[in-house]
Write a protein that binds this ligand. Structure first.
Ligand code: TMP
Length: 201
């Protein structure tokens, strides 16, 4: 039986384009009369605000404090937005989810897997599909440099390489790897088509 509203997650390292792509995917789906909400983590909750200060380097947090804060923010995200939206019959197009916590906060692949289990144990809903916008850490770095903006805590090349490796270790087997070097409209069209297929069941 087709499930006509589903939960879609976009993941990728910084500079992979996942915010732009996921927003456009949401807009295109609306033009095709597919009800959906675009949503992102970290959110605007008190925890999300703390996270943004941390990301901008204005607040120091240990790895464990980071994990706890991202999970607290996710609890708000799931209870206040994701579950109510799905219940209302709309799909959720989401920019980052618990795979980000595993990849970013994981010291190495083993630690990343532990963080993933910790999130799953919380009973957070499992996405129907995960799209990984695949771009090498070097290319993502070039994009971030050319778009400018303030420095962030994960900007170092070695950090982005660690995060990329963690993603490859923890993403579910069913993850759809999207070539993020392709033209933006092609990337968006590919994801939209796949989402439509998923909704048809
Ligand atoms: P954004 O750039 O997608 O808005 O995310 C803000 C930063 O937070 C980005 O560098 C990725 C990082 N992040 C984590 O470290 N762990 C997480 O669980 C999430 C959702 C984001």
């Amino acid at each position: 039986m087709p499930q006509n509203n589903q939960f879609f997650v976009f993941e990728g390292i910084d500079g992979s384009g996942k915010t732009t792509v996921s927003r456009l995917v949401s807009e295109v789906l609306l033009t095709k009369s597919i009800p959906n909400l675009w949503h992102r983590e970290p959110t605007d909750s008190v925890h999300g605000k703390k996270i943004r200060e941390f990301v901008q380097g204005k607040l120091k947090l240990s790895k464990e404090e980071q994990i706890e804060t991202f999970i607290a923010d996710r609890e708000c995200s799931v209870n206040d937005v994701i579950l109510p939206t799905l219940k209302s019959g709309k799909s959720v197009i989401q920019d980052r989810y618990y795979f980000s916590t595993a990849a970013y906060q994981g010291r190495d692949e083993e630690h990343a897997a532990d963080i993933l289990y910790r999130n799953e144990d919380k009973g957070f809903p499992e996405p129907n599909r995960v799209y990984f916008l695949d771009l090498s850490p070097e290319e993502a770095q070039e994009r971030r440099t050319s778009r400018g903006g303030a420095e962030e805590v994960f900007d170092e090349d070695s950090e982005q390489a660690r995060i990329y490796q963690n993603y490859l270790a923890i993403l579910p087997e069913s993850t759809i790897f999207v070539d993020a070097t392709a033209e933006l409209d092609e990337v968006v069209a590919f994801c939209v088509e796949d989402i439509l297929k998923s909704l048809e069941g």
